[in-house]
Every structure is written in C-alpha cells, then in structure tokens.
Ligand binder design. Structure first.
Ligand SMILES: [Zn+2]
Length: 632
C-alpha cells in the first residue's frame, strides 16, 4: 500500500535537469565552488544538494530494494550503512542550509530549503554513535516484522508448523472458527513483543533528531510536511474525520448485527466493541474478506467476485500488472519502461525471505520504476497492483523535476492516485475487460456493490486516523512507554469500536504488529488519501463529462480526464498542495463531501436497516478481551 519504504529512498532527480533548471532560474552560468562565497547563493546551494541527494538516494534505493527482496544479515548491513550515510549527509546539509535567508532565494529555492528539512521520516541526532544506533534499530525492527513467524509452543523456529504473516492472514480471511481465528490473531501479535524496547529507544533517538531540525518532536515534524502548522493539520484531520464518522458508525452497527448472527450474541454482544479478529483482516482495517459470506446484503445478487475469472483466464502476476498498465495508458499516460518488467518483483520467491508488503519504488529519480508485490491471482491483488501503479505513474509524471520536488503534493496525494483509478474499476469496467458478466442495474445490485466497497473504504477510515494519533502522542510524550499497549487499545476501541480477542498486557506490543510502526511510515497519508481519492474521482468524472451517480462513473479510456490528472501529477511537490489540488478540483480544501455523495445509496439503506438497533459501543476496559476466553 505504499511507495518506497522510507522517504529517503523515495526520490531522486534527473541530475542534469536539476542543474540546468537552477542555472536558468538564477541566470548564473558559472558553476560555484563548494564552500566559496558564490556557493552562499541559495539557488546554487539548492542546485548542488539536489544533485548530491539524488546520487545518494540512488544508492540508498538500491540497498533498500535488495534488503527488501533478499532479507539476510548482509543486505541488512548494507542497507543500514547506506541509510547511515544518507542521514549523515542530510544532517550536514540541513546544518549548512541554516545560513541561507529564504527571503533572498527564488521562490523555488525557498520551498526546496523548507522541504529539505522534512526529507526523512526519522531524522538522526548529530552524534555519530546515535546515528548508527538509530539506523540499526529501524533496520532491525523492519527485519523482525518481515521475517516474523508464529511458532506454536515448543516448535523450533524452522518447524513446518510455524506460520508467517501471509499464512496467518489467510486464516483470518478464510476461517470462520472463532477459536482458530483467535489463535492466528494472537500468534501474529507475539511477533511484535520483542520490538517494544527497540521502539522505545527509537522514539528517543528520532525525537532528538527532529529537535536538531528545530521541531518539537518527530510527530510535529511529520505534521509540518503539509504546508500548514502542525496544530492546524491535527485539526484538519479531526475535521475530516468528523465529516465521515456517521458513515462508519452506520456500517459498524450493521456489521455487528451480522457478526452476532454468525458467532452468537455472547461472542458479539450488542452495544459493545466487536472482537478484532472477526473482520477477515489482521488489523480489522478492511472488511472485504467477510463481504461475501457475512456482510453481503442480498445473497448472490450482482456477484462481482472476479477471483474465479482471474483463475479461469489464467491471469499470472505479469498479466495482472499489464491490466493495470492498460488502464493508465487508456487515459493517455505513457507505457511503462522495459526496465519495469525486468526489475520488478511481482511474485514471492520460494528460496528466500522478502518483505511481501506491496510497495512502489522510484530507484533513480528517472525511469527506473518498480513494484515489489507478491501477487496472487485474486481480486484484492488486482486492486493492489492498480494502486501501486498509481505511485509508479506519479514517479514518471514528476521525474523531470529537481530531486526535492520529486514527491507528492502532500503525502496523501501519493496514496490517493492509484486508489482514484481503483474507483473507476466499476462493474461496467470489469465487464469491459471481461472479468465479470454484465450486471443488471437494480437497487439490490447497487447496495451490494456499495457494501463491498464500504467494507474496504469506509471500514478503513477510523484505523487510518488512529495510527498516527497514537504515534503523535508517543512522540510528544503524552503516551509513556509503560502505557504503549493500553493506549493503543483505547484508541482502537474509541475509533474502530473493536476489542482484542484475548487479553493484552504491557508485555505485548500490538502497535508493532502493523508494518508501518516498525517500518516507521507515517500513516495519516492513508487516511487523507481515502478522503482525497473520492474528491479526485468526482473532479475527474466531471472532466470526463459523466453525469449520473458518482458510483457509476469510470474514467477508463477518457483522455480529457487523463490530461487533467497528468497535469496534477506533473506538479509533484513543487507547489503548496492547495494549489495543486485546485488544479484538478477547483478547490483549495480537502473535502469529504465526495465520499458522502458516493455512498449516498448505501447510507440511506443502512439507516433503514439499523433502525431499532442499539448502535454505537460502550468502551470495555481497554486491554480486556472482547469476550470471556473460549472454554473449548
Ligand atoms: Zn500506496
């Protein structure tokens, strides 16, 4: 679900372009010497660091790629070393940049100097020893997650009975046996226990790094990557959540009723949080795996299950990726470079450990773009590859910008691009590419389609919101290490209305069971992306001349929409995001009204369904199991 593992590995510029652009901007034809007085010209300085950072990023990306696709002690070492080097350079450069008065710089250089400070997701302290320690910690936590296996008591680490995240997730998705689900959920949550001490130390060091850059703490630094003050950003996220909360509450109420039918009222009581392991997903963040047997409103109406078609038509990983490429080229976007096909990892290798978590990579700031995903021929993976391809096309659209502008308008944009395209994978589109039969439009069919979509898009919203709320409080010290797990569950209960299936204590470190915590990837971007994608979708549909209900629109094949989309992508991070947003949508604010429009039919239906139900939930004591332990 994301682009490259760390921001430091995210981007690199076409070096010659960076230099020539800056030269033409300041009209200077003589290359300044490092450290000389002429190098004090901010425009020259920015041109130099754009070039140097691009070179270092090439190496960091290569080391990051090989570690993620071939986990062993050597690749961990190489990746940690290159990360360390990049961080050292970064700190030195930020220090140097402090002599420049942004007022004396060109508009672009002033922006570049600001963005420079925000260039890594975990800035290191100035002390070399601590810098080394920080990179070792992040590398080790990520590896622990990637290699994580749950071995039943008494089993050796390499025993056949040990299961990795893929296998445990498979159980979560497919089993409907309460005890078996509990065991798989609890099993995966043992993997993160040993991360707790590392994470605690990581927080201290990364905060120290953020402070050397002039931020209060790391969370405040993340929040300033949004062209607004950290407090304003926090309020903005809260405002948007307030807009969408009624959608989630309606869905939660409906899902609880259905789950109670399935597992019994004593396991899923009315008015209480729902056990977290019953949603078909390890984190209860998306509920699509329980759609067809539990959530589907009208049995068998407009069955959109494309798994069977993918299997019957013998789709392999490459063909699935080609299907995604074909959608983007239908908008007038370019074909993928040959190197994409040669260098991507689209299948899980049999002979080595890899990080299967899907990601998109911009290796050289130019055309070397890649996807790392362990694709299986299933509907979900088809959506994921369409999503990842959005990152790839964003990379390609902004590749000609200088290094420091080769990024998302704000982080949420990057995640929203591919998802915007996924919204156009309507039944009509899937029929066009022969993955579903023709769907007769009926009220029941619409409700089924929307429920399926809501299980993915609306179910996610509270989860997307709470992850960083927890981390912001960890980084600013409101949450102390002694309460890591308790506060985690307080937020999960408050936002998601869920409770752990088995009792938790502070010996657990459940936040670490979600990739983005050990991987130190900011998460609010996903929340914003889920709101923005509907806003983008509505704007593109308008551009394409679509008139009917929003949920029926697909921009597939529409070059006018494609042109507008591409223009927005090309701006990268060169301008404050409200400007970029305005380009496409005509508005300078993020707005959740499009997601509300989109789901209007479902929301009306849910209101009827939930009448007379005791919706909402009373919080349970935060780490208590949702229901009494299973006796059997
Ligand atoms: Zn993504």
């Amino acid at each position: 679900m994301e682009r490259t593992a760390a921001r430091l590995a995210a981007v690199a510029a076409a070096i010659t372009v960076a230099v020539s652009l800056s030269v033409s901007l300041n009209g200077c034809t003589k290359a300044p010497e490092k450290g000389s007085e002429t190098a004090r010209n901010p425009d020259d300085f920015v041109a130099r660091i754009n070039k140097e950072m691009a070179e270092l990023a090439d190496e960091a990306n290569a080391a990051g790629w090989v570690q993620s696709t071939y986990i062993n002690v050597d690749t961990q070492l190489l990746n940690a070393k290159s990360g360390e080097r990049y961080l050292a350079y970064f700190n030195k450069t930020v220090e140097e940049s402090k002599v420049f008065n942004a007022g004396a710089a060109s508009r672009d250089s002033a922006r570049a100097l600001h963005l420079l400070k925000l260039g890594v997701s975990a800035p290191a302290p100035n002390d070399a020893g601590k810098r080394k320690e920080l990179t070792q910690l992040t590398t080790r936590m990520e590896a622990m997650y990637g290699e994580g296996k749950y071995c039943p008591e008494g089993a050796a680490g390499d025993s056949e009975s040990c299961r990795n995240l893929d296998e445990l997730s498979e159980t979560l998705a497919k089993s409907r046996n309460y005890a078996e689900l509990s065991a798989a959920w609890a099993g995966w949550h043992t993997v993160s226990r040993p991360m707790r001490k590392d994470y605690e130390r990581f927080v201290t060091l990364a905060n120290e790094g953020a402070q050397t850059l002039g931020f209060k703490d790391l969370g405040a630094m993340w929040r300033s990557n949004c062209d607004m003050a950290p407090e304003a950003f926090e309020q903005e996220a809260a405002r948007l959540y307030g807009q969408v909360k009624p959608l989630y509450d309606g869905l939660h109420c409906y899902a609880r009723g259905k789950l109670a039918k399935k597992y019994g009222e004593e396991k899923v009581p009315a008015g209480k949080p729902i056990p977290a392991h019953l949603f078909g997903n390890m984190w209860a963040q998306q509920w699509n795996k329980i759609y067809s047997d539990i959530l589907e409103p009208y049995k068998g109406v407009a069955n959109l299950n494309v798994d069977r078609a993918l299997e019957q038509q013998k789709y392999d990983p490459k063909r699935m990726a080609q299907s995604a490429e074909q959608f983007y080229t239908s908008l007038g976007f370019p074909k993928l470079p040959e190197t994409f096909w040669e260098r991507s990892m689209l299948t899980r290798p049999r002979d080595r450990e890899v990080v299967c978590h899907a990601s998109a990579w911009h290796m050289d700031g130019n055309e070397d773009v890649r996807i790392k995903q362990c694709i299986v021929p299933a509907e979900e993976d088809l959506s994921v590859i369409y999503h990842e391809m959005g990152h790839v096309y964003y990379f390609l659209a902004y590749k000609d910008l200088p290094y420091l502008f080769q990024s998302s308008a704000h982080d949420g944009f990057h995640e929203a691009i591919g998802d915007t395209v996924v919204l156009s994978m309507t039944p009509g589109y899937l029929h066009t590419i022969n993955l579903v039969g023709s769907v007769k439009p009926s009220k029941e069919a619409v409700i089924n389609q929307q429920m399926k979509m809501a299980a993915d898009k609306i179910a996610f919203l509270p989860f997307g919101k709470l992850i960083d709320e927890w981390r912001w409080k960890v980084f600013d010290g409101t949450i102390q290490p002694a309460d890591y797990n308790k506060t985690w569950w307080e937020l999960r209960t408050r936002y998601q209305g869920i409770a752990p299936p088995v009792e938790r204590t502070e010996a657990d470190f459940d936040p670490g069971a979600k990739y983005h915590i050990p991987g130190n990837t900011p998460y609010t971007r996903y929340f914003l992306a889920f709101i923005l994608q509907f806003q983008f979708h509505r704007a593109l549909c308008e551009a394409s001349g679509h008139t009917g209900p929003l949920h029926e629109c697909s921009i597939y094949g529409n070059q006018e929409a494609g042109k507008r989309f591409w223009e927005m992508l090309q701006a990268g991070q060169s301008r404050p995001w409200p400007e970029t947003l305005e380009k496409l949508t005509g508005k300078r604010e993020m707005d959740a009204s499009a997601i509300i429009d989109y789901f209007a039919p479902l929301m009306g239906w849910l209101e009827e369904q939930n009448q007379g139900q005791a919706c909402g939930w009373e919080p349970v004591a935060s780490q208590e199991a949702a229901t009494a332990p299973d006796k059997t």
